[in-house]
Design a protein around this ligand. Sequence first.
Ligand SMILES: Cc1cc2nc3c(=O)[nH]c(=O)nc-3n(C[C@H](O)[C@H](O)[C@H](O)COP(=O)(O)OP(=O)(O)OC[C@H]3O[C@@H](n4cnc5c(N)ncnc54)[C@H](O)[C@@H]3O)c2cc1C
Length: 567
Amino acid sequence: MPSHIADSTAVHPVPDRHGLSLYDHDAELHTLLALYLPADLLAHMRPHFERLGALAGGKLDELAHIADQNPPTLTLRTRTGIDDPQVHKHPAYVEMERLALSEFGLAAMSHRDETLGWKGRMPPLVKYVLTYLFVQAEFGLCCPVSMTDSLARTLKKFGSPELVERFMPRFQSLDFDTLAQGAMFMTEQAAGSDIAATETRAWQDAHGQWRLGGDKWFCSNPDADFAMVLARVDGGLPGLKGVSLFLLPRRLDDGSANHYRILRLKDKLGTRSMASGEIRLEGALAYLVGEQGRGFVQMADMVNNSRLSNGVRAAGLMRRALAEAEYVARERQAFGKRLEDMPLMQRQLQKLRLPAEQARSMVFQTAQALARSDNGETAAYPLLRILTPLIKFRACRDARKVTGDAMEVRGGCGYIEEWSDPRLLRDAHLGSIWEGTSNIVALDVIRAVKREGSLLVLQAHLEALIEDAAIAPAFAAALRDAMVRAAALALNAANEGGDRLARQAASALYHVASAIAMAWEGARGGSAQRIAWAQLVLLHRVLPRDPLAASEVPHDWTAPASAAVEA
Ligand SMILES: Cc1cc2nc3c(=O)[nH]c(=O)nc-3n(C[C@H](O)[C@H](O)[C@H](O)COP(=O)(O)OP(=O)(O)OC[C@H]3O[C@@H](n4cnc5c(N)ncnc54)[C@H](O)[C@@H]3O)c2cc1C
Protein backbone atom coordinates (compact mmCIF):
# COMPACT_ATOMS: atom_id res chain seq x y z
CA MET A 1 0.00 0.00 0.00
CA PRO A 2 1.40 3.43 -0.86
CA SER A 3 2.62 5.12 2.31
CA HIS A 4 0.41 8.20 1.87
CA ILE A 5 -2.85 6.09 2.05
CA ALA A 6 -4.03 5.43 5.61
CA ASP A 7 -4.43 1.76 6.57
CA SER A 8 -7.98 1.57 7.92
CA THR A 9 -7.38 -1.90 9.37
CA ALA A 10 -4.76 -0.60 11.81
CA VAL A 11 -5.88 0.41 15.33
CA HIS A 12 -8.78 2.69 14.60
CA PRO A 13 -8.64 6.22 15.96
CA VAL A 14 -12.43 6.48 16.40
CA PRO A 15 -13.39 3.98 19.14
CA ASP A 16 -16.74 2.21 18.94
CA ARG A 17 -18.09 0.37 21.98
CA HIS A 18 -20.84 -1.35 19.97
CA GLY A 19 -21.02 -5.10 20.57
CA LEU A 20 -19.70 -5.04 24.12
CA SER A 21 -22.06 -6.34 26.80
CA LEU A 22 -23.63 -3.73 29.04
CA TYR A 23 -23.77 -6.28 31.84
CA ASP A 24 -20.43 -8.09 31.71
CA HIS A 25 -18.46 -4.84 31.67
CA ASP A 26 -20.31 -3.24 34.58
CA ALA A 27 -18.38 -4.38 37.66
CA GLU A 28 -20.29 -2.14 40.11
CA LEU A 29 -23.58 -3.67 39.01
CA HIS A 30 -22.21 -7.07 39.92
CA THR A 31 -21.23 -5.79 43.39
CA LEU A 32 -24.72 -4.40 43.95
CA LEU A 33 -26.52 -7.50 42.70
CA ALA A 34 -24.51 -9.70 45.07
CA LEU A 35 -25.47 -7.39 47.92
CA TYR A 36 -29.17 -6.97 47.20
CA LEU A 37 -30.32 -10.24 45.61
CA PRO A 38 -30.51 -13.63 47.35
CA ALA A 39 -27.76 -15.93 46.07
CA ASP A 40 -30.10 -18.50 44.49
CA LEU A 41 -32.06 -15.85 42.60
CA LEU A 42 -28.89 -14.15 41.42
CA ALA A 43 -27.48 -17.47 40.20
CA HIS A 44 -30.73 -18.13 38.35
CA MET A 45 -30.88 -14.66 36.82
CA ARG A 46 -27.22 -14.33 35.83
CA PRO A 47 -27.64 -15.93 32.36
CA HIS A 48 -30.64 -13.69 31.70
CA PHE A 49 -28.73 -10.58 32.76
CA GLU A 50 -25.85 -11.70 30.54
CA ARG A 51 -28.15 -12.24 27.59
CA LEU A 52 -29.91 -8.91 27.96
CA GLY A 53 -26.63 -7.09 28.60
CA ALA A 54 -25.21 -8.53 25.37
CA LEU A 55 -28.40 -7.65 23.46
CA ALA A 56 -28.46 -4.10 24.82
CA GLY A 57 -24.86 -3.57 23.81
CA GLY A 58 -25.46 -5.02 20.35
CA LYS A 59 -28.61 -6.13 18.53
CA LEU A 60 -31.09 -4.19 20.68
CA ASP A 61 -29.04 -1.05 20.26
CA GLU A 62 -29.22 -1.49 16.47
CA LEU A 63 -32.99 -2.00 16.60
CA ALA A 64 -33.37 1.06 18.84
CA HIS A 65 -31.41 3.17 16.40
CA ILE A 66 -33.51 2.01 13.45
CA ALA A 67 -36.79 2.55 15.33
CA ASP A 68 -35.63 6.01 16.40
CA GLN A 69 -34.94 6.91 12.78
CA ASN A 70 -38.29 5.48 11.63
CA PRO A 71 -41.02 6.79 13.94
CA PRO A 72 -44.51 5.28 13.85
CA THR A 73 -47.10 6.69 11.47
CA LEU A 74 -50.89 7.00 11.67
CA THR A 75 -53.51 6.26 9.05
CA LEU A 76 -57.03 7.42 9.82
CA ARG A 77 -59.20 5.49 7.38
CA THR A 78 -59.24 2.23 5.50
CA ARG A 79 -59.00 2.39 1.73
CA THR A 80 -62.77 1.89 1.58
CA GLY A 81 -63.28 5.04 3.62
CA ILE A 82 -64.10 3.52 7.00
CA ASP A 83 -62.73 5.48 9.97
CA ASP A 84 -60.26 3.10 11.62
CA PRO A 85 -57.15 4.85 12.97
CA GLN A 86 -54.15 2.55 12.87
CA VAL A 87 -50.68 3.17 14.26
CA HIS A 88 -48.01 1.60 12.07
CA LYS A 89 -44.91 0.67 14.05
CA HIS A 90 -41.59 -0.06 12.41
CA PRO A 91 -40.68 -3.77 12.43
CA ALA A 92 -37.58 -2.94 14.51
CA TYR A 93 -39.87 -1.55 17.23
CA VAL A 94 -42.12 -4.62 17.06
CA GLU A 95 -39.07 -6.84 17.45
CA MET A 96 -38.14 -4.89 20.58
CA GLU A 97 -41.72 -5.26 21.87
CA ARG A 98 -41.41 -9.00 21.46
CA LEU A 99 -38.16 -9.05 23.41
CA ALA A 100 -39.39 -6.84 26.24
CA LEU A 101 -42.94 -8.10 26.69
CA SER A 102 -42.76 -11.70 25.61
CA GLU A 103 -39.21 -13.03 25.98
CA PHE A 104 -38.19 -11.13 29.10
CA GLY A 105 -41.77 -10.62 30.38
CA LEU A 106 -40.93 -7.18 31.76
CA ALA A 107 -44.57 -6.06 32.09
CA ALA A 108 -46.02 -9.38 33.23
CA MET A 109 -43.42 -10.64 35.69
CA SER A 110 -44.86 -8.84 38.71
CA HIS A 111 -48.30 -10.33 38.04
CA ARG A 112 -47.54 -14.00 37.43
CA ASP A 113 -45.31 -16.81 38.64
CA GLU A 114 -42.76 -18.58 36.47
CA THR A 115 -41.26 -15.84 34.40
CA LEU A 116 -37.82 -16.58 32.98
CA GLY A 117 -37.99 -20.02 34.55
CA TRP A 118 -38.13 -18.77 38.16
CA LYS A 119 -40.63 -20.82 40.12
CA GLY A 120 -42.26 -18.04 42.16
CA ARG A 121 -43.01 -14.35 41.63
CA MET A 122 -40.07 -12.18 40.59
CA PRO A 123 -39.24 -9.46 43.13
CA PRO A 124 -39.44 -5.88 41.79
CA LEU A 125 -35.66 -5.54 41.88
CA VAL A 126 -35.19 -8.13 39.15
CA LYS A 127 -37.69 -6.32 36.94
CA TYR A 128 -35.91 -3.03 37.50
CA VAL A 129 -32.44 -4.46 36.86
CA LEU A 130 -33.69 -5.92 33.57
CA THR A 131 -35.31 -2.57 32.76
CA TYR A 132 -32.06 -0.82 33.67
CA LEU A 133 -30.22 -2.97 31.11
CA PHE A 134 -32.94 -2.75 28.45
CA VAL A 135 -33.28 1.04 28.65
CA GLN A 136 -29.57 1.50 28.03
CA ALA A 137 -30.43 0.59 24.44
CA GLU A 138 -34.10 1.58 24.07
CA PHE A 139 -35.95 4.21 26.09
CA GLY A 140 -39.18 4.80 24.13
CA LEU A 141 -40.61 1.32 24.48
CA CYS A 142 -39.98 1.33 28.23
CA CYS A 143 -42.95 3.69 28.56
CA PRO A 144 -45.55 1.23 27.19
CA VAL A 145 -43.86 -1.58 29.12
CA SER A 146 -44.10 0.36 32.37
CA MET A 147 -47.68 1.51 31.68
CA THR A 148 -48.74 -2.08 30.99
CA ASP A 149 -47.16 -3.25 34.24
CA SER A 150 -48.62 -0.31 36.20
CA LEU A 151 -52.07 -0.69 34.68
CA ALA A 152 -52.19 -4.36 35.69
CA ARG A 153 -51.12 -3.42 39.22
CA THR A 154 -53.83 -0.76 39.52
CA LEU A 155 -56.48 -3.04 38.04
CA LYS A 156 -55.60 -5.78 40.51
CA LYS A 157 -55.58 -3.36 43.42
CA PHE A 158 -58.77 -1.43 42.75
CA GLY A 159 -60.78 -3.30 40.09
CA SER A 160 -63.85 -5.39 40.99
CA PRO A 161 -63.24 -9.18 41.15
CA GLU A 162 -65.20 -9.62 37.89
CA LEU A 163 -63.07 -7.02 36.10
CA VAL A 164 -59.85 -8.56 37.39
CA GLU A 165 -60.91 -12.08 36.51
CA ARG A 166 -61.96 -11.01 33.03
CA PHE A 167 -58.98 -8.93 31.97
CA MET A 168 -56.01 -9.83 34.16
CA PRO A 169 -55.01 -12.95 32.18
CA ARG A 170 -54.22 -10.73 29.18
CA PHE A 171 -51.68 -8.84 31.31
CA GLN A 172 -50.18 -12.05 32.70
CA SER A 173 -49.64 -13.56 29.29
CA LEU A 174 -46.19 -13.94 27.71
CA ASP A 175 -47.66 -14.95 24.36
CA PHE A 176 -46.85 -12.03 22.10
CA ASP A 177 -49.93 -12.58 19.94
CA THR A 178 -52.43 -12.49 22.82
CA LEU A 179 -50.84 -10.38 25.57
CA ALA A 180 -52.37 -6.97 26.19
CA GLN A 181 -50.57 -3.64 26.29
CA GLY A 182 -51.64 -0.78 28.54
CA ALA A 183 -51.74 3.01 28.45
CA MET A 184 -52.97 5.86 30.59
CA PHE A 185 -54.98 8.76 29.28
CA MET A 186 -55.02 11.54 31.86
CA THR A 187 -53.69 14.73 30.36
CA GLU A 188 -56.07 17.17 28.66
CA GLN A 189 -55.39 20.54 27.12
CA ALA A 190 -56.37 22.32 30.33
CA ALA A 191 -55.57 19.48 32.71
CA GLY A 192 -51.93 18.37 32.84
CA SER A 193 -50.40 18.88 36.27
CA ASP A 194 -53.79 20.12 37.45
CA ILE A 195 -55.92 16.97 37.28
CA ALA A 196 -58.80 18.75 39.06
CA ALA A 197 -59.41 20.57 35.76
CA THR A 198 -60.31 17.27 34.02
CA GLU A 199 -63.26 17.78 31.66
CA THR A 200 -63.68 14.37 30.01
CA ARG A 201 -67.22 13.22 30.82
CA ALA A 202 -68.48 9.84 32.01
CA TRP A 203 -72.12 8.76 32.02
CA GLN A 204 -74.16 5.56 32.11
CA ASP A 205 -76.17 4.56 29.03
CA ALA A 206 -79.62 2.96 29.00
CA HIS A 207 -78.00 -0.45 29.70
CA GLY A 208 -76.09 0.88 32.70
CA GLN A 209 -72.78 0.76 30.82
CA TRP A 210 -70.28 3.56 31.31
CA ARG A 211 -69.55 5.79 28.34
CA LEU A 212 -66.77 8.39 27.98
CA GLY A 213 -66.67 11.58 25.93
CA GLY A 214 -63.95 14.22 25.55
CA ASP A 215 -60.43 14.90 24.34
CA LYS A 216 -57.19 13.51 25.77
CA TRP A 217 -54.19 15.56 24.74
CA PHE A 218 -51.15 13.35 25.40
CA CYS A 219 -51.63 9.59 25.05
CA SER A 220 -48.54 7.44 24.73
CA ASN A 221 -49.07 3.99 23.25
CA PRO A 222 -52.43 5.31 21.96
CA ASP A 223 -53.42 2.05 20.27
CA ALA A 224 -52.87 0.00 23.43
CA ASP A 225 -55.38 -2.78 24.10
CA PHE A 226 -56.47 -1.07 27.32
CA ALA A 227 -56.04 2.35 28.88
CA MET A 228 -56.75 3.73 32.33
CA VAL A 229 -58.67 6.96 31.81
CA LEU A 230 -59.66 9.74 34.20
CA ALA A 231 -63.12 11.22 33.63
CA ARG A 232 -65.70 13.26 35.50
CA VAL A 233 -69.04 11.55 36.16
CA ASP A 234 -71.95 13.76 35.08
CA GLY A 235 -73.56 15.48 38.06
CA GLY A 236 -70.66 14.57 40.39
CA LEU A 237 -68.68 16.79 42.74
CA PRO A 238 -66.45 19.54 41.35
CA GLY A 239 -62.65 19.31 41.63
CA LEU A 240 -60.62 16.18 42.32
CA LYS A 241 -63.43 14.45 44.21
CA GLY A 242 -65.50 14.32 41.03
CA VAL A 243 -62.84 12.46 39.03
CA SER A 244 -63.20 8.70 38.55
CA LEU A 245 -61.03 5.99 37.00
CA PHE A 246 -62.12 3.88 34.03
CA LEU A 247 -60.68 0.97 32.08
CA LEU A 248 -61.05 1.62 28.36
CA PRO A 249 -60.76 -1.35 25.96
CA ARG A 250 -59.53 -0.70 22.44
CA ARG A 251 -61.86 -3.34 21.01
CA LEU A 252 -65.41 -4.23 22.00
CA ASP A 253 -66.53 -7.79 22.74
CA ASP A 254 -67.51 -8.38 19.10
CA GLY A 255 -64.04 -7.30 17.94
CA SER A 256 -65.16 -3.95 16.52
CA ALA A 257 -63.32 -0.74 17.43
CA ASN A 258 -64.42 1.04 20.61
CA HIS A 259 -65.83 4.52 20.08
CA TYR A 260 -62.70 6.65 20.17
CA ARG A 261 -60.31 7.94 17.56
CA ILE A 262 -56.62 8.70 17.47
CA LEU A 263 -56.63 12.15 15.90
CA ARG A 264 -52.92 12.59 15.27
CA LEU A 265 -49.48 11.61 16.53
CA LYS A 266 -47.11 14.04 18.23
CA ASP A 267 -43.83 14.94 16.53
CA LYS A 268 -41.52 14.54 19.53
CA LEU A 269 -37.95 15.51 20.42
CA GLY A 270 -37.28 12.08 21.94
CA THR A 271 -38.98 8.69 22.39
CA ARG A 272 -39.34 8.82 18.64
CA SER A 273 -39.65 5.05 18.32
CA MET A 274 -42.90 5.06 20.32
CA ALA A 275 -46.22 6.65 19.35
CA SER A 276 -47.81 9.38 21.48
CA GLY A 277 -51.08 10.76 20.20
CA GLU A 278 -54.20 12.80 20.78
CA ILE A 279 -57.46 10.99 21.34
CA ARG A 280 -61.13 11.90 21.02
CA LEU A 281 -63.52 9.77 23.07
CA GLU A 282 -66.93 9.61 21.38
CA GLY A 283 -69.16 7.67 23.77
CA ALA A 284 -66.48 5.00 24.25
CA LEU A 285 -67.46 2.03 26.39
CA ALA A 286 -65.46 1.78 29.62
CA TYR A 287 -65.53 0.03 32.99
CA LEU A 288 -65.48 1.89 36.29
CA VAL A 289 -62.39 0.93 38.34
CA GLY A 290 -62.81 1.10 42.10
CA GLU A 291 -64.94 3.72 43.74
CA GLN A 292 -66.57 6.59 41.94
CA GLY A 293 -64.84 9.86 42.87
CA ARG A 294 -61.60 8.08 43.94
CA GLY A 295 -60.06 8.28 40.48
CA PHE A 296 -57.22 10.60 41.38
CA VAL A 297 -56.14 8.61 44.43
CA GLN A 298 -56.23 5.34 42.50
CA MET A 299 -54.48 6.80 39.48
CA ALA A 300 -51.81 8.17 41.84
CA ASP A 301 -50.88 4.56 42.60
CA MET A 302 -50.38 3.88 38.90
CA VAL A 303 -48.48 7.13 38.42
CA ASN A 304 -46.19 6.39 41.38
CA ASN A 305 -45.30 3.04 39.90
CA SER A 306 -44.51 4.75 36.59
CA ARG A 307 -42.50 7.41 38.39
CA LEU A 308 -40.31 4.75 39.94
CA SER A 309 -39.83 3.21 36.51
CA ASN A 310 -38.88 6.66 35.23
CA GLY A 311 -36.21 6.93 37.90
CA VAL A 312 -34.86 3.52 36.86
CA ARG A 313 -34.84 4.62 33.23
CA ALA A 314 -32.96 7.82 34.07
CA ALA A 315 -30.39 5.76 35.96
CA GLY A 316 -30.04 3.47 32.92
CA LEU A 317 -29.60 6.38 30.51
CA MET A 318 -26.87 7.82 32.72
CA ARG A 319 -25.14 4.45 32.96
CA ARG A 320 -25.12 4.04 29.18
CA ALA A 321 -23.83 7.58 28.67
CA LEU A 322 -21.10 6.96 31.25
CA ALA A 323 -20.14 3.57 29.82
CA GLU A 324 -19.73 5.15 26.38
CA ALA A 325 -17.72 8.06 27.79
CA GLU A 326 -15.41 5.79 29.81
CA TYR A 327 -14.81 3.60 26.78
CA VAL A 328 -13.98 6.54 24.54
CA ALA A 329 -11.67 8.00 27.19
CA ARG A 330 -9.85 4.67 27.45
CA GLU A 331 -9.52 4.02 23.72
CA ARG A 332 -9.11 7.44 22.17
CA GLN A 333 -5.81 9.27 22.06
CA ALA A 334 -4.89 12.92 21.70
CA PHE A 335 -1.52 14.61 22.06
CA GLY A 336 0.03 11.11 22.21
CA LYS A 337 -1.90 10.17 25.36
CA ARG A 338 -5.07 8.30 26.23
CA LEU A 339 -7.86 10.72 27.11
CA GLU A 340 -8.40 8.98 30.44
CA ASP A 341 -4.85 9.84 31.51
CA MET A 342 -5.52 13.56 31.28
CA PRO A 343 -6.44 15.30 34.56
CA LEU A 344 -9.25 17.35 33.07
CA MET A 345 -10.81 14.28 31.46
CA GLN A 346 -10.57 12.42 34.78
CA ARG A 347 -12.39 15.29 36.44
CA GLN A 348 -15.04 15.29 33.68
CA LEU A 349 -15.64 11.54 34.00
CA GLN A 350 -15.93 11.74 37.76
CA LYS A 351 -18.64 14.35 37.38
CA LEU A 352 -20.59 11.94 35.18
CA ARG A 353 -19.96 9.01 37.49
CA LEU A 354 -21.34 10.50 40.69
CA PRO A 355 -24.94 11.19 39.58
CA ALA A 356 -25.02 7.90 37.63
CA GLU A 357 -23.97 5.95 40.73
CA GLN A 358 -26.26 7.91 43.04
CA ALA A 359 -29.22 7.03 40.83
CA ARG A 360 -28.19 3.40 40.73
CA SER A 361 -28.09 3.19 44.53
CA MET A 362 -31.50 4.85 44.73
CA VAL A 363 -32.93 2.32 42.24
CA PHE A 364 -31.85 -0.56 44.46
CA GLN A 365 -33.08 1.13 47.64
CA THR A 366 -36.46 2.06 46.20
CA ALA A 367 -37.04 -1.35 44.61
CA GLN A 368 -36.36 -2.95 48.01
CA ALA A 369 -38.83 -0.57 49.68
CA LEU A 370 -41.46 -1.50 47.07
CA ALA A 371 -40.94 -5.21 47.71
CA ARG A 372 -41.23 -4.71 51.47
CA SER A 373 -44.30 -2.51 51.09
CA ASP A 374 -46.01 -5.04 48.82
CA ASN A 375 -45.21 -7.72 51.39
CA GLY A 376 -47.22 -5.76 53.93
CA GLU A 377 -44.46 -4.17 56.04
CA THR A 378 -46.18 -1.07 57.35
CA ALA A 379 -43.10 1.16 57.66
CA ALA A 380 -42.09 0.38 54.09
CA TYR A 381 -44.99 2.23 52.47
CA PRO A 382 -44.08 5.71 53.76
CA LEU A 383 -40.48 4.97 52.79
CA LEU A 384 -41.50 4.01 49.26
CA ARG A 385 -43.80 7.01 49.15
CA ILE A 386 -40.87 9.41 49.56
CA LEU A 387 -38.10 7.50 47.75
CA THR A 388 -40.23 7.31 44.58
CA PRO A 389 -40.63 11.06 43.95
CA LEU A 390 -37.05 11.62 45.15
CA ILE A 391 -35.59 9.40 42.43
CA LYS A 392 -38.04 10.63 39.80
CA PHE A 393 -37.19 14.24 40.57
CA ARG A 394 -33.43 14.20 40.91
CA ALA A 395 -32.33 11.29 38.71
CA CYS A 396 -34.39 12.54 35.77
CA ARG A 397 -32.88 16.01 36.10
CA ASP A 398 -29.35 14.58 36.43
CA ALA A 399 -29.87 12.42 33.34
CA ARG A 400 -30.35 15.56 31.23
CA LYS A 401 -26.95 16.87 32.24
CA VAL A 402 -25.06 13.58 32.29
CA THR A 403 -26.20 12.57 28.78
CA GLY A 404 -25.29 16.03 27.47
CA ASP A 405 -21.88 16.11 29.12
CA ALA A 406 -21.08 12.52 28.09
CA MET A 407 -21.79 13.53 24.49
CA GLU A 408 -18.93 16.00 24.72
CA VAL A 409 -16.47 13.26 25.73
CA ARG A 410 -16.90 11.68 22.28
CA GLY A 411 -15.98 14.97 20.68
CA GLY A 412 -17.60 15.78 17.32
CA CYS A 413 -18.93 12.25 16.80
CA GLY A 414 -21.04 12.68 19.94
CA TYR A 415 -23.15 15.18 18.02
CA ILE A 416 -23.76 12.86 15.08
CA GLU A 417 -26.98 10.84 14.89
CA GLU A 418 -25.16 7.59 14.01
CA TRP A 419 -23.98 7.39 17.62
CA SER A 420 -26.06 6.72 20.73
CA ASP A 421 -25.39 10.13 22.33
CA PRO A 422 -28.05 12.24 20.55
CA ARG A 423 -30.75 9.64 21.20
CA LEU A 424 -29.83 9.40 24.88
CA LEU A 425 -29.86 13.17 25.22
CA ARG A 426 -33.22 13.61 23.49
CA ASP A 427 -34.82 10.82 25.50
CA ALA A 428 -33.36 12.02 28.79
CA HIS A 429 -35.14 15.35 28.56
CA LEU A 430 -38.56 13.75 28.71
CA GLY A 431 -38.05 12.15 32.11
CA SER A 432 -38.40 15.51 33.85
CA ILE A 433 -41.62 16.36 32.02
CA TRP A 434 -43.97 13.40 31.86
CA GLU A 435 -45.44 11.60 34.85
CA GLY A 436 -45.20 14.93 36.63
CA THR A 437 -42.80 17.78 35.93
CA SER A 438 -39.92 18.49 38.30
CA ASN A 439 -41.90 21.09 40.26
CA ILE A 440 -44.89 18.79 40.66
CA VAL A 441 -42.75 15.86 41.77
CA ALA A 442 -40.72 17.97 44.21
CA LEU A 443 -44.04 19.12 45.71
CA ASP A 444 -45.01 15.47 46.00
CA VAL A 445 -41.90 14.85 48.13
CA ILE A 446 -43.16 17.52 50.50
CA ARG A 447 -46.68 16.03 50.41
CA ALA A 448 -45.19 12.70 51.52
CA VAL A 449 -43.49 14.53 54.41
CA LYS A 450 -46.72 16.27 55.41
CA ARG A 451 -49.26 13.51 54.96
CA GLU A 452 -47.53 10.13 55.11
CA GLY A 453 -45.03 10.59 57.94
CA SER A 454 -42.36 9.69 55.40
CA LEU A 455 -39.57 11.86 56.76
CA LEU A 456 -39.21 10.07 60.10
CA VAL A 457 -39.36 6.70 58.39
CA LEU A 458 -36.70 7.76 55.88
CA GLN A 459 -34.46 9.02 58.68
CA ALA A 460 -34.87 5.78 60.62
CA HIS A 461 -34.05 3.79 57.50
CA LEU A 462 -30.92 5.83 56.76
CA GLU A 463 -29.80 5.66 60.37
CA ALA A 464 -30.08 1.86 60.23
CA LEU A 465 -27.94 1.83 57.08
CA ILE A 466 -25.25 3.97 58.74
CA GLU A 467 -25.21 1.69 61.79
CA ASP A 468 -25.03 -1.43 59.68
CA ALA A 469 -22.27 -0.02 57.49
CA ALA A 470 -19.69 0.18 60.29
CA ILE A 471 -17.82 2.97 58.49
CA ALA A 472 -15.22 5.34 59.96
CA PRO A 473 -16.86 7.20 62.88
CA ALA A 474 -16.02 10.64 61.51
CA PHE A 475 -17.62 9.82 58.18
CA ALA A 476 -20.67 8.32 59.88
CA ALA A 477 -20.98 11.51 61.94
CA ALA A 478 -20.76 13.67 58.82
CA LEU A 479 -23.49 11.60 57.14
CA ARG A 480 -25.71 11.82 60.24
CA ASP A 481 -25.22 15.57 60.48
CA ALA A 482 -26.11 16.01 56.80
CA MET A 483 -29.19 13.83 57.26
CA VAL A 484 -30.43 15.91 60.21
CA ARG A 485 -29.91 19.14 58.29
CA ALA A 486 -31.63 17.86 55.13
CA ALA A 487 -34.55 16.62 57.22
CA ALA A 488 -34.82 20.01 58.92
CA LEU A 489 -34.93 21.68 55.51
CA ALA A 490 -37.67 19.28 54.35
CA LEU A 491 -39.69 19.99 57.50
CA ASN A 492 -39.24 23.68 56.91
CA ALA A 493 -40.50 23.23 53.34
CA ALA A 494 -43.50 21.29 54.61
CA ASN A 495 -44.37 23.83 57.29
CA GLU A 496 -43.74 26.91 55.22
CA GLY A 497 -46.69 26.22 52.92
CA GLY A 498 -45.36 28.36 50.09
CA ASP A 499 -43.72 25.59 47.98
CA ARG A 500 -40.59 27.75 47.68
CA LEU A 501 -38.20 25.26 49.30
CA ALA A 502 -39.60 22.08 47.76
CA ARG A 503 -36.91 21.51 45.10
CA GLN A 504 -34.04 22.44 47.38
CA ALA A 505 -35.33 20.08 50.06
CA ALA A 506 -35.95 17.25 47.59
CA SER A 507 -32.41 17.57 46.22
CA ALA A 508 -30.93 17.63 49.72
CA LEU A 509 -32.82 14.50 50.78
CA TYR A 510 -31.84 12.70 47.57
CA HIS A 511 -28.15 13.51 47.92
CA VAL A 512 -28.04 12.52 51.58
CA ALA A 513 -30.05 9.33 51.05
CA SER A 514 -27.92 8.28 48.08
CA ALA A 515 -24.66 9.07 49.90
CA ILE A 516 -25.72 6.95 52.86
CA ALA A 517 -26.90 4.11 50.63
CA MET A 518 -23.61 4.18 48.73
CA ALA A 519 -21.59 4.18 51.94
CA TRP A 520 -23.57 1.17 53.16
CA GLU A 521 -23.16 -0.62 49.84
CA GLY A 522 -19.45 0.15 49.81
CA ALA A 523 -18.95 -1.15 53.34
CA ARG A 524 -21.14 -4.25 53.05
CA GLY A 525 -20.20 -5.07 49.48
CA GLY A 526 -16.46 -4.52 49.94
CA SER A 527 -16.24 -1.67 47.42
CA ALA A 528 -13.84 1.06 48.56
CA GLN A 529 -14.83 2.86 45.38
CA ARG A 530 -18.45 3.25 46.53
CA ILE A 531 -17.36 4.63 49.89
CA ALA A 532 -15.18 7.14 48.08
CA TRP A 533 -18.12 8.14 45.87
CA ALA A 534 -20.34 8.52 48.93
CA GLN A 535 -17.79 10.95 50.36
CA LEU A 536 -17.68 12.88 47.13
CA VAL A 537 -21.48 13.18 47.07
CA LEU A 538 -21.32 14.63 50.55
CA LEU A 539 -18.51 17.01 49.62
CA HIS A 540 -19.87 18.19 46.32
CA ARG A 541 -23.62 17.99 46.65
CA VAL A 542 -24.31 18.65 50.30
CA LEU A 543 -21.58 20.46 52.23
CA PRO A 544 -20.79 24.14 51.70
CA ARG A 545 -17.75 24.78 49.51
CA ASP A 546 -15.70 27.78 48.56
CA PRO A 547 -15.97 28.11 44.76
CA LEU A 548 -12.80 30.22 44.76
CA ALA A 549 -10.66 27.68 46.66
CA ALA A 550 -7.86 26.19 44.53
CA SER A 551 -8.07 22.73 46.07
CA GLU A 552 -10.35 20.37 47.91
CA VAL A 553 -11.47 21.44 51.39
CA PRO A 554 -9.54 19.17 53.78
CA HIS A 555 -11.59 16.84 55.91
CA ASP A 556 -10.66 14.38 58.61
CA TRP A 557 -12.61 11.32 57.45
CA THR A 558 -10.27 8.42 57.97
CA ALA A 559 -11.16 6.81 54.63
CA PRO A 560 -10.34 9.65 52.27
CA ALA A 561 -12.01 10.14 48.90
CA SER A 562 -9.67 8.59 46.36
CA ALA A 563 -10.36 10.80 43.39
CA ALA A 564 -11.60 14.12 44.60
CA VAL A 565 -12.91 16.52 41.97
CA GLU A 566 -13.79 20.13 42.12
CA ALA A 567 -17.31 21.26 41.25
C1 LIG B 1 -43.95 12.75 24.93
C2 LIG B 1 -45.01 12.88 25.96
C3 LIG B 1 -45.81 11.79 26.24
C4 LIG B 1 -46.82 11.88 27.18
N1 LIG B 1 -47.61 10.79 27.44
C5 LIG B 1 -48.66 10.90 28.27
C6 LIG B 1 -49.56 9.81 28.49
O1 LIG B 1 -49.37 8.72 27.97
N2 LIG B 1 -50.63 10.01 29.29
C7 LIG B 1 -50.86 11.19 29.91
O2 LIG B 1 -51.84 11.29 30.61
N3 LIG B 1 -50.02 12.23 29.76
C8 LIG B 1 -48.93 12.12 28.95
N4 LIG B 1 -48.07 13.18 28.78
C9 LIG B 1 -48.39 14.45 29.40
C10 LIG B 1 -47.47 14.85 30.54
O3 LIG B 1 -47.63 14.02 31.64
C11 LIG B 1 -47.80 16.31 30.84
O4 LIG B 1 -47.35 17.07 29.72
C12 LIG B 1 -47.14 16.82 32.10
O5 LIG B 1 -47.71 16.19 33.22
C13 LIG B 1 -47.28 18.34 32.25
O6 LIG B 1 -48.56 18.77 32.02
P1 LIG B 1 -48.83 19.99 31.03
O7 LIG B 1 -48.20 19.65 29.73
O8 LIG B 1 -50.28 20.28 31.01
O9 LIG B 1 -48.03 21.21 31.64
P2 LIG B 1 -48.56 22.16 32.82
O10 LIG B 1 -49.22 21.37 33.86
O11 LIG B 1 -49.32 23.29 32.21
O12 LIG B 1 -47.19 22.71 33.35
C14 LIG B 1 -46.48 23.77 32.73
C15 LIG B 1 -45.39 24.24 33.70
O13 LIG B 1 -45.98 24.72 34.88
C16 LIG B 1 -45.37 24.15 36.00
N5 LIG B 1 -46.33 24.01 37.11
C17 LIG B 1 -47.58 23.48 37.08
N6 LIG B 1 -48.10 23.51 38.31
C18 LIG B 1 -47.16 24.04 39.15
C19 LIG B 1 -47.11 24.32 40.54
N7 LIG B 1 -48.11 24.04 41.36
N8 LIG B 1 -46.00 24.91 41.02
C20 LIG B 1 -44.95 25.23 40.21
N9 LIG B 1 -44.95 24.97 38.90
C21 LIG B 1 -46.06 24.39 38.37
C22 LIG B 1 -44.89 22.79 35.54
O14 LIG B 1 -43.81 22.34 36.34
C23 LIG B 1 -44.45 23.10 34.11
O15 LIG B 1 -43.13 23.56 34.10
C24 LIG B 1 -47.03 13.10 27.86
C25 LIG B 1 -46.21 14.19 27.59
C26 LIG B 1 -45.21 14.08 26.66
C27 LIG B 1 -44.35 15.28 26.37
